[in-house]
Design a protein around this ligand. Structure first.
Ligand code: ADP
Ligand code: MG
Length: 679
């Protein structure tokens, strides 16, 4: 890959005068010293003073300065936890960040994780009565409002990574704005990595901003001379170019879009490293992404052994949420994976899009923490200025709002159009969400929450899923539906294909294929595994990830507990007879009727019943390619890559669409569904 000679992203430190103060992690002995060496430490008193004087404080600081790990401890030390009577909460937009930071802070406080320091993420609660500092995802804090609308358990709350502008964080900020007025004893801290702090300050009636200058060395930015067709290949080549020409120590951080991409690249890299053998200095490859099991997360923090180099493959989680020490080189392909919702079509899909310029600069900054660094952007300088947006679009302006709106309605907030959002979503998006909630039976025709709607809210799931669970009670198939839902959430990482045994792995996988599609194939995997008493060996034999199934098992148990709480009968007198597949299909269609597509007349694609929009079965599906293709299917999610792909699909019958979708589809939509399809 050919790069240009480079631009400078200036740091706030001059490399000549500051390199001498560089301390390597290995040189520091005690955790206390590490804590004191972080940039926030010098601001400890100033921070606490500002908290004392103000109900709301905005803290802005370079990533890695110690905001997330230190500020909650300072608040605790200063007494805001009232001797253990109240908690200090700190929200994170990402699960991995919450668990990773909690692990670290537990170490720093010399406590066992889950005791004084804990975390809560969806389907996993590692906190207890003893917990004083709790890290939790923004979505989980939002759910805590349902049981405790004043958040009375908290003495102080830090809404972290506010610059990410996730949907949950934004709704939290709106709700908290009210609560701090009602509860003068509650301290609110909003922490953000640089950019946009004034917007938060204005939203909170001109709350003061505390700036924490970080350690930042200059970073040289290089662009490719020409556009790169394949950024994965370009990234691999660049890793070796750095490794062979740049001095040690100095680790490499690569920004990728998701787990699959990371795993593919990890495989290719390990292969290349094995081939090169001892002709190069050792390269240690490790990765970090949302679903990475916790026991593997700590690997990225292990110090790199002398005379070798670490390569971290990360999603944009490493952009600001997690700081890895020792990085001197950043490789940035310039992409990010996002959920994008179109209120006109009511369709939401996962799309890989160019990241913003602000993100690209954050990424580059990660190379300048230990000394002057280098960032290699795998795109041209022209692209940077002409094809990347200046800032990322806040999530509230680009995703489907049904979960959040259902939650707000449960909290008694009915006037959504006038709700105090930082950036109000379009009325179209709100109305579409209300329409869908009505179609699901969560709202009545007056727009009031129904009993069913309240029950849906008990599940930390998209209301379409909750609806399936609640319906399944009627059809005696709750067990199966819970399994399917838990499995759908993990389906991306269920099967694996070792390079040397691909055919064998694919053959095994085919044995699970069910004629009704992926929902049933996943159910079969689960049932066969369950029959072996959850055997690890069985997983190995079938090229299935044991860890993935274990995760699904955990999710399933939690859903079962919640189902019981809302009165879903999980075992309707199951005298060993198998549940008819039709009952399972009915339950799923009752929640997912908006996601039904029919085969086009040409038979080459599928179209939504309401819109003439082409979608295709994803190659990973058990229905790909099935001949003849089913006339009507329901999809679980859309993924837009080269085409609009449907991932996880199930065959449905027209009768079912009429039974469960007649209130949602017009007669015309349904008629065209029955008549227009040619055999
Ligand atoms: P900020 O929130 O300002 O970005 P953090 O508090 O996350 O900063 O990070 C402060 C320091 O703690 C960094 O040097 C980071 O590498 C370190 N750190 C954070 N989490 C862990 C962990 N799980 N293991 C080891 N070090 C960690
Ligand atoms: Mg942080």
């Amino acid at each position: 890959v050919t790069f240009d000679s480079g631009d400078q992203l200036t740091g706030d430190k001059d490399p000549e005068t500051t390199t001498s103060s560089k301390v390597s992690a290995a040189e520091r002995t005690s955790i206390d010293d590490v804590r004191k060496s972080l940039p926030v430490f010098k601001f400890r008193e100033q921070f606490l003073e500002a908290v004392k004087e103000n109900p709301v404080l905005i803290v802005v600081g370079e990533t890695g300065s110690g905001k997330t790990t230190q500020l909650p401890q300072y608040l605790h030390e200063a007494g805001y936890s009232e001797g253990g009577k109240k908690m200090i909460g700190c929200t994170q937009p990402r699960r991995v960040a919450a668990t990773s930071v909690a692990t670290r802070v537990a170490q720093e406080m010399d406590s066992k994780l889950g005791q004084e320091v804990g975390y809560t993420i969806r389907f996993e609660d590692k906190s207890s009565d003893k917990t004083i500092i709790k890290y939790l995802t923004d979505g989980m804090l939002l759910r805590e409002f349902l049981n405790d609308p004043e958040l009375s358990h908290y003495g102080a709350l830090m809404i972290d990574e506010a610059h990410e502008r996730t949907l949950s964080t934004e709704v939290l900020l709106s709700l908290l704005k009210d609560i701090v007025r009602a509860r003068p004893d509650l301290k609110l801290i909003i922490a953000s990595a640089t950019i946009n702090a004034t917007k938060f300050s204005e939203f909170f009636d001109k709350a003061p901003i505390l700036n924490i200058p970080g350690r930042r060395f200059p970073v040289n930015i290089h662009y490719t001379k020409n556009p790169e067709a394949n950024y994965i290949q370009a990234a691999i080549t660049t890793i070796f170019q750095i490794h062979l020409t740049q001095p040690l120590p100095g680790d490499i951080l690569v920004f990728l879009t998701g787990q699959e991409e990371i795993e593919t690249m990890e495989g290719s890299l390990n292969e290349a490293v094995a081939k090169l053998g001892s002709s190069i200095q050792p390269l240690h490859i490790c990765s970090i992404y949302a679903n990475l099991p916790q026991e593997l997360q700590s690997k990225i923090f292990e110090p790199t052994p002398p005379n070798s180099r670490k390569v971290v493959l990360a999603t944009n989680i490493a952009e600001t949420s997690i700081t890895i020490d020792g990085i001197a080189y950043v490789i940035d392909p310039g992409y990010v994976k996002q959920n994008v919702y179109n209120p006109l079509t009511g369709m939401e899909s996962l799309v890989v899009v160019p990241c913003s310029r602000a993100s690209a600069d954050q990424r580059a900054g990660r190379a300048g923490r230990i000394g002057p660094g280098k960032c290699f952007r795998l795109y041209t300088k022209w692209s940077f200025y002409n094809e990347l947006e200046l800032n990322p679009v806040p999530e509230i302006l680009r995703v489907n709002l049904i979960s959040v709106i259902l939650l707000l309605l449960s909290l008694g907030i009915n006037d959504l159009i006038n709700f105090d959002f930082m950036d109000p979503p379009s009325n179209d998006t709100i109305i579409k969400a209300l329409e869908l909630l009505y179609a699901l039976g969560a709202l009545n025709s007056k727009g009031q929450l129904t009993k069913l709607g309240r029950k849906m809210n008990e599940f930390p799931l998209d209301p379409m899923f909750s609806k399936c669970i609640l319906t399944s009670s009627k059809y005696g198939c709750s067990e199966e539906i819970l399994t399917i839902i838990a499995m759908l959430g993990e389906s991306g990482t269920l099967f694996y294909r070792p390079k040397d045994k691909r055919e064998q792995a694919d053959k095994k996988r085919e044995t699970f294929n069910h004629e009704l599609g992926d929902h049933f194939s996943l159910l079969k995997v689960w049932q066969d595994w369950e029959a072996t008493d959850y055997s690890n060996l069985w997983c190995e034999d079938n090229f299935i990830q044991y860890k993935t199934l274990k995760r699904a098992k955990n999710v399933r148990e939690q859903l079962a507990r919640l189902s019981k709480r809302v009165g879903v009968e999980s075992e309707i007198d199951k005298t060993s007879k198998e549940v008819p597949p039709l009952m399972i299909q009915k339950s799923i269609v009752s929640g997912f009727f908006p996601n039904i597509v029919r085969l086009s007349r040409m038979g080459d694609s599928y179209r939504k019943l309401k819109q003439n929009y082409a979608c295709f079965i994803h190659p990973s599906s058990s229905l790909y390619p099935v001949k003849p293709p089913p006339r009507m299917i329901l999809y679980h999610e859309l993924v837009l890559t080269s085409k609009e792909f449907m991932r996880n699909v199930m065959v449905v019958d027209e009768k079912l669409v009429k039974e469960f979708g007649s209130h949602y589809y017009s007669i015309k939509d349904l008629e065209s569904a029955t008549n227009k399809v040619k055999k």
